[in-house]
Design a protein around this ligand. Structure first.
Ligand SMILES: C[S@@+](CC[C@H](N)C(=O)[O-])C[C@H]1O[C@@H](n2cnc3c(N)ncnc32)[C@H](O)[C@@H]1O
Length: 276
């Protein structure tokens, strides 16, 4: 059992291996000016918001979760840290991010140095299934486009619950299965071996069973479809973009996610819950 589990995590790590990522980012960010020039989280959005609807989705989730100054926020599966930096800059909160991918964490720290936020935002390499924090440590936990990489959802949501006190907030923005098999590759998995999609109803059941009460539950599939339609109509994205992180096939991965939404195979879910 443990071997199967380790294999899955290794498969997910491989998908996000991103060898030499920080060096690639350094080169790509020359487009914004010299290395000693401070960047804003907003400038980096095309590169570091690794989810449907980019920065707009992060801003909406923060509003829905009522993230304010002095809140202590954990971003699980923080990627290269775009959401964490944006939240710290716009809400005034402190953010810790964890991610399974070491190159992503190294890149997240580098970019946070470039935005001058290292005192407010930090990152470490860890699994969502074993968070390196004591019980009740955070006011808010955020999970954006990560759940579909995690096979053991019950354990995953129990870990979120563990690091929140009673009354703490869990905000999630994820892809859910709808009808039929998705077309692969997609942004989180090049094959079905590392993709673990649940329906919205099964997701709700798993989260509530971990000790949460639902405050907001929203089907954002139409907004996701509109965003992908706009992307397709506007042609190849300007540089730098997520291709720096995932490689040139990001266009195909992203187009497949759009197609899966359009064909009703996948959906987009936004939810905010309170720790009971
Ligand atoms: C599609 S990216 C989203 C990144 C970020 N949340 C964002 O929205 O910009 C998925 C991220 O989840 C991370 N991830 C996947 N499985 C994980 C796990 N078991 N523990 C921690 N991070 C994980 C990946 O390494 C990757 O950075």
């Amino acid at each position: 059992m443990i071997d199967v589990f380790t294999d899955v995590l290794d498969g997910v790590r491989d998908h996000y291996r991103a060898t030499g990522l920080t060096e690639r980012l350094k080169a790509a960010l020359a487009a914004f000016g010299p290395p000693d020039q401070r960047l804003t989280p907003q400038q980096l959005a095309a590169v570091d918001q690794f989810h449907t609807r980019g920065l707009a989705a992060t801003a909406e989730l923060a509003k829905l979760a009522k993230i304010t100054t002095n809140r202590s926020v954990l971003d699980v599966g923080a990627g290269i840290g775009g959401p964490a930096r944006f939240l710290a800059a716009t809400c005034g909160c402190r953010v810790s991010g964890v991610d399974l991918s070491e190159p992503f964490v190294e890149a997240a720290r580098y970019l946070t140095g470039r935005t001058g936020q290292s005192g407010q935002v930090s990152f470490e390499t860890a699994s969502a299934l074993e968070l390196p924090f004591e019980d009740g440590r955070f006011d808010v936990v955020l999970l954006q486009h990560v759940a579909m990489n995690i096979s053991d959802r019950a354990r995953r949501y129990r870990e979120v619950r563990r690091v929140l006190p009673c009354g703490g907030t869990f905000a999630t923005f994820d892809i859910v299965s709808m009808s039929g098999e998705p077309h692969y590759p997609v942004p989180w998995a090049r094959t079905p071996a590392t993709s673990f999609l649940l329906t919205a109803a099964a997701t709700r059941e798993a989260i509530e069973a971990a000790g949460f009460r639902t405050l907001a539950w929203r089907d954002d599939t139409e907004a996701g479809k509109a965003w992908f339609a706009e992307l397709r109509a506007s042609g190849p994205p300007p540089s730098p973009n997520l291709g720096v992180v995932m490689g040139p096939d990001i266009l195909q991965l992203s187009a497949n996610l759009g197609r899966n939404l359009m064909e009703g195979r996948l959906g987009v879910l936004t939810a905010v819950l309170e720790a009971a």
